[in-house]
Design a protein. Structure first.
Length: 190
């Protein structure tokens, strides 16, 4: 069980991240200073740095939290579902949150993109670890299945944006997963 101090710290961290994202969205990342974020949150600049070492870290707080939530949900999937089906079910449910304002900000800010790729690789490694343990795959197969799932999700997201958001994102995710199924995960009954 998490103690009161840790829960309070987590709540303040998420509040700072929300305030910062509002400012980044309205003003732009480069145009928003740490002083702006601290002032909007009603804290000192020094207090901001107790929670985040850099302005960039506040952007990635939500990415890490989302990754943790997805890993937890993936861990809770039934083992008899199969790794591809489990990844599909979880990522389909989370596809809207994965492509939120935070990710649009990252994609449009060169200073954040390189760090995002490293962060995304770390989160995918966590997914692969869960898939390996839960479904008994070797390291190569677990990483391949995870990479294929990520590619399917990325492709569905790009297609959704290309179509101007005028189609159901979940349908695109379903189609991408059907097209990208790796050979190491045959369809049930195949």
């Amino acid at each position: 069980m998490t103690g009161l101090r840790e829960r309070t710290r987590r709540a303040v961290t998420m509040q700072l991240a929300d305030v910062a994202m509002e400012l980044f969205t309205s003003r732009g990342f480069d145009e928003t200073t740490v002083e702006d974020i601290a002032q909007a949150a009603g804290i000192s600049k020094r207090s901001f740095f107790r929670y985040f070492p850099t302005k960039e870290d506040v952007v990635f707080e939500g990415v890490h939290a989302l990754g943790d939530d997805i890993v937890e949900e993936l861990s809770g999937q039934p083992s008899d579902l199969g790794p591809w089906e489990a990844l599909h079910a979880v990522l389909r449910d989370w596809s809207q949150e994965i492509t939120d304002e935070r990710h649009r900000l990252i994609a449009s800010t060169p200073a954040l993109r390189a760090r995002f790729h490293q962060t995304r690789d770390d989160i995918r490694r966590q997914f692969a670890d869960v898939v390996q343990r839960k479904f008994g795959l070797d390291v190569l197969a677990a990483e391949l299945v995870t990479a294929c799932a990520a590619a399917a999700l990325d492709s569905a997201s790009r297609e959704w944006h290309r179509l101007g958001g005028k189609t159901e994102r979940a349908e695109l995710v379903d189609r991408a997963f059907a097209l990208a199924r790796p050979a190491c995960c045959p369809a049930p009954g195949a």
